[in-house]
Design a protein around this ligand. Structure first.
Ligand SMILES: [Fe+2]
Length: 278
């Protein structure tokens, strides 16, 4: 795993912005946060292309690189080359070790069986190198809710988000797993009568300004199998300098990814759902 050529990027930015001091530009730190790629190479390539056209210094992956899609190895190699942080997802774990697929939907289980077969021992070792959680300064990165990392809990509702905020001290919490992009804002937190009160609001909008007094859970949605009714690939951008978070949608060759799923003998429904975005 390596960072992209950081200094080359800085120099290119200096040339672009005609600012000759590297330092202020280095501090901009825009991060792209991707989750749930699920072996969809067409979607991943389109997203990386979009990322490379913006001034983004770092790529972070929130797990589930494999499972469902027909290109698990190519996706694994691409993110390994380009991402600086990668955390493990429940499908990655199941494909690498066979653990945890007992509760999966039959289509998911079938795709894990197929993925296990095509991944090499080295690919499985690579997956198992990824940690369950990464924390850096005010940021937390995990696949599921910080509420209980090994139980792979979803954050769909404000109630789910409150449990995530309770379990995590960070200001900016980035998760995937639900395949449904959303932003949860903790606007108030106080201890009262021996308990705690949290005011948490769920919003779905293209961007949000990050306020000093609030905490946030950003569900970045899914690159390779969105389920919010929009089939376009989805990822988040955190701009530290601009104090904003943006949700990006990227059009990709859905038919191409669907055709490969059918050709590989994976369940047809996994191809169909890409077109529906469900
Ligand atoms: Fe997933």
């Amino acid at each position: 795993m390596r960072n992209r050529d950081f200094f080359r990027t800085c120099i290119e930015q200096c040339l672009t912005y005609k600012r000759w001091s590297i330092e202020p530009i280095c501090r901009r730190m825009k991060k792209a946060i991707l989750s749930d790629i699920h072996g969809n190479l067409e979607a991943l390539r389109a997203v990386l292309h979009d990322i490379f056209e913006r001034e983004i210094e770092e790529i972070i992956i929130l797990g589930d690189v494999v499972g469902y899609g027909a290109d698990p190895i190519a996706c694994l190699n691409l993110i390994y080359e380009n991402a600086s942080i990668i955390v493990l997802g429940n499908h990655d774990l199941a494909a690498a070790t066979g653990e945890g697929d007992e509760t999966f939907h039959p289509d998911a289980k079938a795709s894990i069986g197929w993925t296990k077969m095509v991944l090499s021992q080295q690919d499985k070792k690579t997956l198992m190198q990824f940690p369950l959680v990464q924390e850096s300064g005010q940021m937390h990165f995990s696949h599921g809710s910080p509420e209980n990392i090994t139980l792979w809990k979803y954050i769909f509702t404000e109630f789910d988000a409150k449990k995530g905020f309770t379990a995590c001290g960070q200001k900016l919490i980035f998760v995937g797993h639900s395949h449904t992009p959303a932003i949860f804002i903790e606007q108030e937190h106080k201890r009262m009568f021996g308990g705690e009160f949290r005011k948490v609001t769920r919003i779905v909008q293209p961007f949000v300004r990050i306020e000093n007094d609030y905490r946030y859970i950003f569900d970045v949605g899914s690159v390779g199998q969105p389920r919010d009714g929009d089939p376009r690939a989805c990822y988040g951008i955190y701009d530290k300098d601009g104090r904003r978070y943006e949700l990006v949608r990227v059009t990709y060759n859905v038919q191409g990814a669907a055709d490969k799923i059918i050709k590989s003998g994976l369940p047809v429904n996994l191809a169909e759902r890409l077109k529906r975005g469900r």
